[in-house]
Design a protein around this ligand. Structure first.
Ligand code: GLC
Length: 413
């Protein structure tokens, strides 16, 4: 039997699309969030970045608005990354926090309030490894207590948080991380929050401690989870970044296009997973223009396909399979077929490997279809159904002149 999802897990799945935000001292250097580690920058030199951390352009509400415009329903921001610097007031637990910089405000507070004002669910990324806190190397027990005490602050000072997203246990796979104690601390104060602990690129989709509510697929392709007889129903989340770094990298031009964002979102939903897509704010906390603009463009695609209550959020995998990357999602009242790789026949460029126009076959459709329309423009879809084989064939036309929606969705009733 497949276990029933807990209400928080079911609610999280409906959020569908979230923004990941990696911001810290490293953003000032603009060479990615691992810069201290890869360039072996000595601790004291690196921590000088605290003297110039002003957060002048950071505004939680602006960030939440960018997310909302993109159709994202939650934002997961780094409260502290591997460099060990906290964007919140650690109340004396560590000197490496925002209160020891010229910024002088609690950025987690600003973030959480900005999200709430805009109706966006705030979530917090928390590193479990630390390059600059000596306790991580020298006093494991004290370090884990510091970690728990930090989480207690995050759980008690900022109101309800949608989720806690841990990352770093992969750095010491054999250590005793005392996960039960950590998660008990969270459940004491925030019983309804999501607990996620990133399993990293080498163990995508792996379930962990029983308190964990969701598996991760860092920079991968989400796969449907095998939930038969599982101890608990788990959500899934694919995290990906707009280019090749999570923290701002001035010279990384390898950005996703709006088309890529649309595809990534659809392919995550195909497996029933959320997409958590990362942006890397600049030194002062403002978002790079391109990243905000590309997300806004993807948001327009969502608007065209049912908007914030539409199939992207409400649709779930239903065993309907197309060829290539085509797939189906069901809502309570309709079936949606997602058609990928439609070559515009009028296109003068030749793109190999595309499936083009013409018949596309979908298997596993049990209900009798009465009508079918393209969701983007409401025009009828040509279709034929074979009740014996549960096979449905639709005819995919050329994109009408004036459009190319990357992934086209047919709505079947
Ligand atoms: C990796 C990296 C890290 C990033 C995370 C996001 O584990 O260590 O920099 O925060 O992925 O998923």
């Amino acid at each position: 039997m497949i276990p029933r999802p807990l209400p928080r897990v079911a609610a999280f799945e409906k959020l569908a699309f979230g923004m990941f935000v990696h911001w810290g001292l490293y953003s000032q250097l603009g060479r990615g969030e691992w810069v201290q580690h890869f360039e072996k920058i000595p601790r004291d030199d690196y921590l000088k970045l605290m003297e110039t951390f002003t957060a002048e352009d950071f505004d939680g509400r602006t960030l939440a608005r960018v997310a909302k415009r993109a159709g994202m329903k939650y934002v997961t921001m780094t409260s502290r990354h591997h460099e060990g610097f906290s964007l919140y007031d650690t109340r004396g637990l560590s000197k490496l926090d925002v209160t020891h910089t010229p910024c002088g405000r609690d950025l987690v507070e600003d973030f959480v309030e900005g999200c709430r004002t805009e109706g966006i669910v705030p979530m917090l990324y928390c590193t479990t490894l630390d390059w600059n806190d000596v306790r991580f190397k020298d006093d494991w027990g004290a370090y884990l207590k510091y970690l728990r005490d930090s989480i207690e602050i995050l759980c008690t000072r900022y109101g309800p948080i949608g989720g806690f997203w841990f990352d770093g246990n992969w750095s010491r796979p054999d250590a005793n991380w005392q996960e039960s104690e950590l998660y008990e601390t969270i459940r004491r104060y925030q019983p309804d929050t999501m607990i996620i602990n990133n399993t990293g690129v080498d163990a995508r989709g792996r379930a962990g401690h029983v308190e964990i509510d969701c598996v991760t697929f860092e920079r991968g392709r989400a796969e449907p989870l095998q939930q038969e007889d599982a101890p608990k129903f788990l959500a899934a989340e694919m995290c990906h970044t707009m280019n090749y770094h999570w923290g701002r990298a001035h010279h990384d031009f390898n950005h996703l296009s709006p088309a890529n964002v649309i595809e990534e979102l659809c392919l995550a939903r195909r497996a029933g997973a959320n997409l958590l897509l990362n942006v890397g704010p600049m030194a002062e906390g403002g978002l790079p223009e391109y990243e905000a603009a590309a997300l806004a463009r993807a948001g327009e695609w969502i608007d065209l396909h049912g908007g914030s209550e539409g199939v992207i959020y409400a649709g779930t995998p239903c065993g309907v399979q197309g060829s290539g990357e085509d797939f189906g999602l069901a809502t309570s009242d309709a079936l949606y077929l997602f058609v990928t790789n439609i070559t515009p026949t009028s296109d003068t460029r030749y793109v190999p490997g595309l499936q083009g126009t013409g018949p596309r076959v979908f298997d596993g459709i049990r209900q009798t279809v009465g009508s079918a329309v393209w969701l983007d423009d409401g025009t009828p879809v040509e279709w034929g159904q074979d009740p014996e084989t549960e096979r449905l064939t639709i005819t995919v036309p050329e994109y009408p002149y004036g459009s190319n929606t990357v992934v086209r969705v047919a709505k079947l009733n």
